[in-house]
Design a protein around this ligand. Structure first.
Ligand code: GDP
Length: 263
């Protein structure tokens, strides 16, 4: 009970409706908790629990400038305010993934998604496929959110950072290969999902079967391969950057730079 109370307390305290929020998503073991713990060092409200999603209110570390405060100087109240953000951890366990999906459907000032992936595990088929399936579903949820928006302007953009973690391991794929491998694997996921939809007859139940298929198809139509660049059409840019949270040393510079750009 205590973790739940604490969790609610922090939610209220941190006021997620006003602070820019970043979701930590990704397969279990990728390094989300480790990254959260590291970020906690700059945190206003530290806490700890592993079974419920965990929000921390963090400060952009010294040396990074929030994009919205480029023309202000450190110490200026507006500058200091712009450094604040929420980091929301979501359990990577399959059954708990609905937490992440709920956040996507009903975002409370979600500015970006940090998809943490073990760059060594995606060098192998099982790890790659698990990450690709998860990422496919996240991107499809973002696409649906955009295409289903009521306003002509579309909803507020949500950017995606693929944090290719564990670069300290010599088996880790470099970021550009993580990108290529994930794009290839997601192409396969969307092909098999489309086939599954057809086989199950879901798409044929209504008259609008082609429309249903289209809605479930990530990125551009056609038989070509999926590329992250296709997400630009639905207001999401996907960036892959390498780093490591533990191991030989810490290198999270490119990730904090990315967060700074979204603030
Ligand atoms: P989560 O399931 O995504 O929250 O992953 P965790 O944060 O629990 O990390 C899973 C394991 O990977 C832990 O044993 C971490 O110590 C380890 N880990 C996290 N980041 C790194 C990293 O950058 N390099 C290495 N070598 N191990 C890491």
């Amino acid at each position: 009970l205590l973790p739940i109370l604490l969790h609610q307390f922090i939610y209220r305290k941190a006021n997620p409706t006003t602070l820019p929020t970043f979701l930590l998503i990704g397969p279990s073991g990728g390094g989300k908790t480790a990254l959260l713990t590291l970020t906690e060092r700059n945190t206003v409200l530290p806490t700890h629990t592993s079974t419920v999603p965990l929000a921390i209110e963090a400060l952009l570390p010294e040396g990074y400038t929030p994009n919205s405060a480029h023309y202000r100087s450190a110490g200026d109240p507006a500058y200091e305010r712009a450094r604040r953000f929420l980091l929301l951890d979501t359990p990577g366990h399959g059954k708990l993934r609905h937490f992440a999906t709920t956040q996507l459907v009903n975002p409370t000032n979600v500015r970006g998604i940090i998809f943490v992936v073990d760059a060594a595990s995606v060098a192998e088929e099982a790890g790659l496929n698990e990450a690709a399936e998860y990422l496919h579903d996240v991107l499809l949820a973002l696409q649906k959110r955009y295409t289903g928006a009521k306003t002509s302007k579309g909803p507020k953009e949500i950017q995606v950072l693929i944090a290719a973690n564990k670069m300290d391991l010599f088996t880790a794929l470099p970021p550009h290969l993580v990108k290529i491998e994930l794009e290839k694997a997601i192409s396969e996921v969307r092909k098999s999902r489309a086939k599954g939809l057809k086989d199950s007859g879901v798409a044929l139940a209504g008259e609008d079967d082609s429309l249903d298929e289209e809605r479930e198809w990530l990125g551009e139509g056609g038989e070509g391969s999926f590329e992250f660049a296709q997400m630009e059409e639905v207001g999401t840019s996907v960036t892959v950057k390498g780093g490591n949270v533990t191991g030989g040393g810490v290198d999270v510079k490119s990730w904090f730079e990315w967060i700074a750009e979204q603030l």
